[in-house]
Write a protein of this length. Structure first.
Length: 116
């Protein structure tokens, strides 16, 4: 596995774990964000669980490469959904760029793994 692939995998794992856990536990920050995005709170919990699952798949992927494909695809689609949610409420670049960048990273990792 290439250094780029491992780096992307590690960064995505850390960021999505750090974003998913507070969503599930009910952090006030994420409660406010989901209210701003006009999304129900149950969707915040589901999103957090999906992010934790995707990060877990990437962790397993350090030993079993096929899990990276599933994790990267799951996180990439989640990132696209997050980007669309921000665009839908007319958030600016500052609020939208990070999730869009993470989606690009996830799809880049997916591309690297598929072309191996």
């Amino acid at each position: 596995m290439s250094i780029l692939s491992w780096s992307l995998q590690g960064v995505l794992t850390a960021i999505f774990l750090m974003a998913g856990l507070p969503k599930v536990t009910g952090s006030k920050t994420y409660i406010d964000i989901f209210n701003h995005l006009r999304l129900p709170q149950w969707f915040r919990v589901i999103t957090g669980l999906v992010e934790i699952l995707g990060a877990s798949l990437l962790i397993i992927g350090f030993w079993k490469i096929s899990f990276v494909i599933a994790g990267a695809l799951l996180l990439g689609v989640t990132g696209v959904g997050g980007t669309i949610s921000h665009i839908r409420v007319k958030d600016g670049f500052k609020e939208t760029y990070m999730i869009a960048l993470l989606a690009i990273f996830a799809f880049a990792l997916l591309s690297i793994q598929i072309t191996r």
